[in-house]
Write a protein that binds this ligand. Structure first.
Ligand code: HEM
Length: 296
């Protein structure tokens, strides 16, 4: 989707570098062999080099003067055709930066959310049953082979509550940095202008004043109360809020629909350790037993 590079060895190599880069995103910026920051900088350089090669090869293979009609469209070719606010083509560096941003921001976050969704549903069979019934109801209204549409997604109300509860208890992005534009005081702490601030979703989502009994997995809490602004922030907030939020919603709900329609599952290791580094990941990759539903 990003590069149209079908070579599995190349994909594996790039994925490894992306993981190295991701591990260094929240590391101390110590540029010294062996540190996470050092490895991340080197991974970024490899990715950069490889993606520049992809851009150059696309440029060479594009028919001169044509509208690139025959070309397989992927993220890089869309970015190559994009124009900025002054009508200028994007530089190679901007194209590469966008690919890296979308890969890190859009890929691992969704994967982590879906993994934790499977974990929570396996641990809460009553919630699984309600999700199953909601999704089966939607599936039964479809003709054979008919794809889901926007109205179907809108009908997935309980399922979305479940996803939100997963994102509350296990936000894929724990928080993000901001810079103080002015001196201010918050909760008795003075923050000088120019300081870097870390806002944290994990602890914000556990404030009992806004989320009573905060450790409890309770998807219906999203139906009972109106969520106070800036208390539920898996996608951040303000002008830099995640622009992929709607895409993530569709991606996760479509995945959930197709999964529960066909299977229920059990965790192979019920108490498997989840590490957060920097996104929630299962140490053993959350293996499950899948049981296909019998009957129609
Ligand atoms: C469950 C999935 C996702 C979660 C939990 C998530 C969460 C976040 C968070 C917390 C931020 C920082 C917001 C802030 O600073 O206020 C962010 C930024 C961003 N996200 Fe997502 N995201 C997800 C999926 C996606 C997807 C699918 C895409 C793209 C297709 C995407 C693209 C971005 C981009 C480009 C930014 C940077 C925005 C900026 O700085 O202006 N995200 N995301």
């Amino acid at each position: 989707m990003f590069t149209s590079m079908g070579d599995p060895y190349w994909q594996e190599k790039i994925l490894k570098e992306f993981n190295g880069l991701l591990k260094g995103v929240f590391a101390l910026p110590i540029y010294f062999p062996g540190t996470r920051h050092y490895k991340a900088v080197r991974s970024a350089a490899v990715i950069h080099r490889e993606l520049i090669k992809v851009i150059n090869s696309k440029r060479r293979s594009r028919p001169r003067g044509s509208d690139n009609g025959g070309e397989v469209k992927d993220l890089i070719s869309y970015l190559m055709d994009a124009r900025d606010e002054n009508g200028e083509a994007l530089s190679d560096k901007v194209i590469v930066d966008n690919v890296i941003l979308l890969m890190d921001a859009g890929h691992d976050t969704g994967a982590s959310a879906m993994m934790m969704l499977m974990k929570f549903l396996a641990e809460n069979p009553d919630c699984y049953q309600r999700v199953f019934e909601e999704q089966r109801g939607i599936a039964l209204e479809k003709r054979a082979g008919e794809l889901l549409n926007k109205d179907d997604i809108r009908k997935m109300k309980y399922s979305w509550n479940v996803v939100n509860e997963v994102l509350r208890l296990s936000p894929p992005i724990q928080g993000m940095f901001r810079k103080a534009n002015a001196d201010f005081t918050y909760a008795g702490f003075s923050v000088p202008k120019g300081w870097k601030i870390w806002w944290n979703a994990t602890s914000t989502h556990k404030v009992a004043e806004y989320f009573p009994n905060p450790q409890k997995f309770d998807p219906l809490r999203f139906d009972r109360v109106t969520i106070t602004p800036y208390t539920f922030v898996p996608f951040g907030g303000g002008p830099r809020m995640c622009p992929g939020q709607e895409f993530a919603r569709v991606e996760i709900l479509v995945f959930l629909h197709n999964l529960v329609k066909k299977f229920r599952w059990e965790l192979l290791f019920p108490n498997e350790t989840i590490i957060v580094d920097p996104i929630p990941t299962s140490l053993k990759e959350l293996p499950v037993y899948l049981y296909p539903h019998s009957g129609p």
